[in-house]
Design a protein around this ligand. Sequence first.
Ligand code: NAP
Length: 333
Amino acid sequence: MRGYVLTRYGRPDAMELREVPTPRPGPGEVLIRVRAAGLNPIDYKLRQGTLRAIVKLSLPTVAGSELAGEVEAVGTGVTRFAVGDRVFARVDKSTLGAFADHAVVAETLAARMPDGLGFTDAAGLPLAGLTSLQALRDELRLAKGDRVFISGGAGGVGTLAIQIAVAMGAQVATTASPRGEQLVRSLGATTVIDYRKEKFTDVLGDYDGAFDLTGGQDLVDSFAILKPGATTVSVTTTPEPATARKDLGKGPLFAALFGVLSWKIRREARRHGVTYRFLFMHPSGTDLETLAAMVGKGELAPVTDRVFPFDRIDDAFAYLEQGRAKGKVIVEM
Ligand SMILES: NC(=O)c1ccc[n+]([C@@H]2O[C@H](COP(=O)([O-])OP(=O)(O)OC[C@H]3O[C@@H](n4cnc5c(N)ncnc54)[C@H](OP(=O)(O)O)[C@@H]3O)[C@@H](O)[C@H]2O)c1
């Protein structure tokens, strides 16, 4: 079968399309005939080697974090799926494998695709959708009537996060350039700040939470627009001690290291009387079922920017890495 293989850490040519053996499902796993796979910034960050200390990969390995397709075979003990089921999944972080004609996934990480959704749309939901759900529901604990700021609303994560926040009854403010403004408004954002012309700190105040998708100065500035006691959840750059314990299951050494790395950011948060949390999302079939139900109720719809044929996945990455995508970039097998 074809697989897009991460051969080493480095520049784009470190990933290449090659013939690789078709995997076989072990106990509790399903073999999926992949129809489409979503691209994510984490795929090129893994290639660059920036996450090497956190995500241990055994190279060479077939890359790719999320997929949609049909179950072609099931391993022993599988109870939730049968051959022919249309499923989607955020695959295991340490084994990857979504950029291929076939992939093996633990049944606990997959869910049935929402009815009426095509493979290319479903393939873009798992990683960004789970990240948004886990940030807004589990970390910010958004409630009806809350006001939330989501930076970078027009990208793969932001387009889903806005819809999920709105479905939870929150009011959403976001940053976008004029190229993304119409899109984020159509998804339910009520306040849209053109980040190239205006600082969001000049417009927003007394917010109940912030979801940071752009990092850098935006992250630190987000503390100034929150109510005392509120939280900014970031997914972009700097892990903190809870990331080590809660998200990565690591011991005190990692917690201490992340404590040092995030010290300045946490100090700035404390100065504003708010909390900084860095979330590393976790794959979950159960949470995917929640997202599928939201799609079924019309609360959530994937936003697909471009679909490339699988043999043009290099071009798909070149496009994603420009950082200008509106919604998701997908490859179709
Ligand atoms: N920790 C985790 O578990 C986790 C999970 C998922 C994602 N992430 C991270 O979350 C970040 C966002 O991911 P993504 O998939 O949404 O990225 P993306 O799709 O590549 O984001 C691109 C979008 O961001 C907008 N943008 C760029 N700079 C901006 C700025 N300064 N202010 C406002 N908007 C800006 C661009 O709009 P314009 O072109 O119009 O400016 C474009 O539409 C990435 O760093 C990713 O690695 C982390």
